[in-house]
Design a protein around this ligand. Sequence first.
Ligand code: FEO
Length: 172
Amino acid sequence: MLSKTIEASLNSQVRIEAESSQIYLAMACWAEVKGLEGVANFMYAQSDEEREHMLKLIKFINERGGHAKVSELKAPNVTFGSFKEMFEKLLEHEIFVSQSINELVHISLEERDYATHNFLQWYVAEQIEEEAVARNILDKINMIGDDKGGLYLFDRDIQNLTVTTTAIDPNA
Ligand code: FEO
């Protein structure tokens, strides 16, 4: 059974994951209208992943005797000055999500809720990977600079940009 404090904190995270999904959906749309299909597809997939993160939380809350809340969401940015700016925003956002997960882990220990603490380890591992992917993309974008040919190749190859981290995935 979840305490009220844990339930409210998990529900805040539901909202953050839902907003992440919207933020990345808006990035996908912007990339698509700018003609970078590879980047757009990558961002559509990121948006879907965030929805999965949200659903995983929702199921956990409901299964543990709480009530997951579907709330209104903050409107995301829909345009960006450049792809570099867009990916900087993405990394910034993932760092914000990691901080939020860390805070949740902290609360679960304070509440002595070890089931929630264990559940959250998946998110801890996921955030290490998401931040690493975002940093890897930014490194590539910084190398490309204003080179149009480089951006063309980047758009073609972004799907293959995966990062292997040493993080231990408890569900692996
Ligand atoms: Fe679910 Fe990218 O944080």
